[in-house]
Write a protein that binds this ligand. Structure first.
Ligand code: CMX
Ligand code: CO
Length: 146
């Protein structure tokens, strides 16, 4: 079951400048930073609020680290902006399988490594009314069977 907005992914050209905007304009603070080699990004997670499922909602600011990263390709085409939304679940495997059964393309056969030890997968934007959609099981709210 999808129980929270886990994060909104925002693609940017310059992570430090974008972090500076979000911290000085809104008063948000950086909760975590990480390089995800597999996804081809470096990122800052800004925590907005905790959620009643034991998780939290974040902004995920993303800067590509390679020219062939999906985010670099997207920035070249669109410029900076909202890149994806992510829903949180205690069971990314089960929810991804159920959504696949409804005819939506799930991009990974097995969930991959995401921020802060989470497990993530993506749904194709063309099957989601133009929205690249991520499913996340955070380490904090992982179901006991996984
Ligand atoms: N949101 C909405 N639509 C998108 C999109 C996005 N973020 N990215 C691509 N599209 C659309 C394109 O506009 C294009 O549509 P048209 O054919 O109408 O022009 C279509 O999807 C194909 O796009 P493309 O530019 O040819 O890109 P690819 O097919 O090579 O890749 C996708 C698209 C979704 C498969 C790829 O971006 C992907 O695998 N994404 C998942 C991984 C990811 O985004 N990682 C970074 C974030 C990591 C994290 O959150 O931790
Ligand atoms: Co994300």
């Amino acid at each position: 079951m999808l129980t929270r907005i886990d994060h909104i992914g925002i693609a940017c050209f310059d992570l430090e400048k974008t972090v500076e905007f979000y911290t000085s304009t809104y008063g948000f603070s950086v909760f975590h930073t990480e390089v995800n080699e597999e996804q081809g990004v470096r990122e800052a997670m800004l925590k907005i609020n905790n959620t009643d499922d034991g998780g939290a909602s974040y902004l995920q600011l993303l800067e590509p680290i390679r020219e062939d990263s999906t985010v670099a390709k997207w920035l070249a085409k669109n410029g900076e902006g909202v890149h994806h939304i992510a829903f949180g679940t205690a069971d990314v495997d089960g929810d991804a399988a159920a959504i696949k059964d409804k005819g939506v393309r799930v991009l990974y056969e097995e969930p991959r490594h995401g921020s802060m030890g989470s497990r993530i997968t993506f749904l194709h934007p063309k099957d989601c009314h133009g929205v690249l959609t991520e499913l996340v099981t955070s380490a904090a709210v992982e179901a006991p069977e996984h």
